[in-house]
Design a protein around this ligand. Structure first.
Ligand SMILES: Cc1cc2nc3c(=O)[nH]c(=O)nc-3n(C[C@H](O)[C@H](O)[C@H](O)COP(=O)(O)OP(=O)(O)OC[C@H]3O[C@@H](n4cnc5c(N)ncnc54)[C@H](O)[C@@H]3O)c2cc1C
Ligand code: FES
Length: 265
């Protein structure tokens, strides 16, 4: 884990309530892998005390920059949206474990709901850089205004399919309905999912029934972000007593979906 004082290159709104932040953090950029995250102090004041964990959305090793994409939800993200270029932020990273890469030529289906897209955009862009073109991105949002610009999505995958809850863009319905279609259409896929808990549980269930490998990037409130407070645990499907809990910030945030004990729903 590295700790950099990172100057802001830009911090701009890209969709309704969504911001893209670019930081100059050359040492972190060299090491960051898709699925890993950074932890930012959004203010030099005492409050808010905790850092905000955000997944890497894009990394440019040559330029020494990292991009983060976030939704304004509460105090930390709202303060962050007011940060200006030339300001510097304390940035810890890269943290956690990222996605396991696919086998050569294996078809990859990336499924993102809401603000679950950032790690998938990085995963897709990295695969394309490596010449892996068998990638489909399925992106779900509440409405058209909540979708990222199409250029941002297409950088991650040659094929992009959109869904909206209100039917204002793409498929009217759940993004997991698109996943079900994709799994019907192609065999031997690997799925990577990130989004609301219910969406990931549904994706995990679809993949389990079709014996398709599925990795999920989980979220939980985090205090330290690097394994000390044990405040971010997830219950796994194996192990006894406390042994069945794993820390999302160290053993995750990416887990094999079969490892996770999903709530019945
Ligand atoms: C590993 C990891 C990666 C993340 N990557 C991103 C990212 O790339 N982009 C992004 O926008 N957000 C991401 N998040 C979530 C983000 O860290 C939280 O939304 C943020 O901490 C909210 O802080 P806040 O003070 O603005 O809002 P808070 O006041 O802390 O929260 C506002 C509301 O958001 C919800 N919320 C907050 N944190 C979480 C959480 N961890 N899980 C589920 N619901 C939550 C709650 O309903 C809460 O009422 C990530 C979280 C983790 C753990
Ligand atoms: S946030 Fe402290 S152990 Fe994970």
């Amino acid at each position: 884990m590295l700790d950099e004082r990172a100057p802001i290159c830009f911090n701009r709104q890209v969709a309704e309530g969504f911001y893209r932040l670019r930081l100059e953090a050359p040492r972190i950029a060299t090491q960051a892998e898709p699925g890993q995250f950074a932890s930012l102090r959004v203010s030099d004041q005492l409050v808010p005390l905790l850092r905000i964990p955000l997944s890497f959305c894009a990394v440019d090793k040559q330029a020494g920059t990292i991009d983060l994409l976030y939704e304004t939800r509460g105090p930390k993200s709202r303060l962050l949206s007011q940060a200006q270029p030339q300001q510097t932020l304390s940035c810890l990273g890269p943290l956690g474990r990222g996605f396991v890469p696919p086998a050569p030529g294996q078809r990859v289906v990336l499924v993102g709901g809401g603000i679950g897209l950032p790690p998938l955009l990085f995963m897709g862009a990295r695969l394309r850089q490596q010449g892996h073109e068998e990638v489909v991105l399925l992106a779900g949002a509440r409405s058209a205004a909540k979708h990222l610009p199409s250029g941002e999505l297409q950088a991650a995958a040659p094929q992009v399919r959109l869904a909206t809850d209100d039917g204002s863009l793409g498929h009217g319905g759940l993004v997991t309905e698109l996943l079900a279609e994709e799994l019907e259409a192609g065999s031997g896929s690997m799925v990577c999912a990130c989004g609301p808990q219910g969406m990931m549980a549904a994706a995990a269930g679809l993949c389990r029934r079709r014996e398709v490998s599925c990795q999920v990037s989980l979220e939980e409130y985090m205090a330290c972000g690097f394994g000390v407070c044990v405040g971010c645990v997830v219950e796994t499907a194996s192990g006894e007593g406390y042994g069945r809990y794993q820390r999302i910030c160290v053993e995750g945030p990416v887990f094999d979906a079969l490892q996770v004990r999903w709530e019945e729903g």
